[in-house]
Design a protein around this ligand. Sequence first.
Ligand code: HEM
Length: 421
Amino acid sequence: MAWALHAEQEGGPPFHASGWGCASVSTVPGAHLAQPGVISRNAFPYAGCLTIWLRSEGVGDDDVLVEDAVRSAVASFLAKTKGGAAFVGMSTKVLQLLGAASSDRCPAFTAKPSTDTGEVLLPASGGDLLFWLKGHDAEWCSKVCQAVQDDLGSCAMRAEETQCAAWEGRDLTGFIDGTANPDSTLRSLAEVALQPDGGSICFASRFVHNLAAFKAMCPAAQSAIIARDLYQTKPAKGSDGRLENPRYLTPDLRGHILRAWGDMYRQALPYHKGAVQIPGAGNDEGLMFIAMAKDAEEFETVLKRMCGEFAHLTTVGKDFGHDNIFQISRAASAMYFYVPPMAELVHLCKCAEACPGLDALPAFPINGIDERLRGKLENRFCLNCEEDSNFMLPNESDLAQCLLCRKLFHRTDAGFPAPNL
Ligand code: HEM
């Protein structure tokens, strides 16, 4: 039986723990097999990120201790997050420790220097376990991260906890972050983030911003960092019309989006550490960059391009040196993790019984639709599930619901699909 986590209860809202409709999750290949945090929507206001470096000198009995501690920490993480928008990532060392057949599925990360200056821009910080959870309560995110550290006890040689908070969809520089993310539909997201069995590769990197340096720049130089106009906001022309900073036309080809294009699903969120609460008030603040891809080569190519490689391949102008983003930010850590499908995680950690939230994905709850809405039906192409679908147009309402993914649209919205004629 395929295992999946779901938040839906009989008669409850038809949403999966990832925030997508259960119907979408069950129709998109691989989606119900993944840990929900891999595909979770970028709509949660808080996130906790915990990286663990395990005690490494252990042999024999000590290895067994570490192995047991990892299993119980993962089991209690799953129980505490109750099938929510969370995932656990693992290094090769952990996969081997737990006896995984797939221990080669975690790619190695090597430090990446600037082709310009030789300075290491992305250090290979290592790390054995990555816990990522998103939620609506900052205190809860922090408590879960603390509990995992308590479970691991002295088996954790080092832990780095980063608590993140969304900042109205923007990075701390003020740029809207997420414009070109392929997450207007679960299908487009899954295509870039998921391997056929629901596994994924995570690139995790904490970027520390120098906001004082950024604020001291003139508006043109600021916009040239990302190659988007920081001082304009418009609805994007893409399928869901999300707000974006429009492209900033400049001859400088080191703007971030001219370097960082590639197939990945980004879940990055701003963070402020320690006592620093206000953006710009201190220097331990920046972006916790978390992104998912089905293939680590996607990350490798983007990261190398950001560091200045492949400049000789351009035919459009003067292109050398590293991404402008490094003028205002530095990576304090960088690492790849393999994020196993839920079934593999449960198998490796022997924790099926310890996780009451685990259940088989429920069948598409057809009965619920009639109970909730009555009205005429129209056939349209749904932009959310990317299928031709029937839409219920309930009586006395300006809403319309796709009967496949259950997404509700305002009939008056420009994004509401036209009927199929
Ligand atoms: C300090 C760190 C970073 C900041 C502040 C940052 C910020 C941004 C912003 C504001 C955008 C434009 C809006 C959007 O499309 O989302 C963007 C685009 C993007 N970023 Fe980053 N980013 C950072 C690091 C990275 C890293 C390390 C990667 C790759 C692993 C990356 C991959 C991308 C991609 C793929 C896009 C979309 C580009 C396109 O096709 O237009 N970013 N980023």
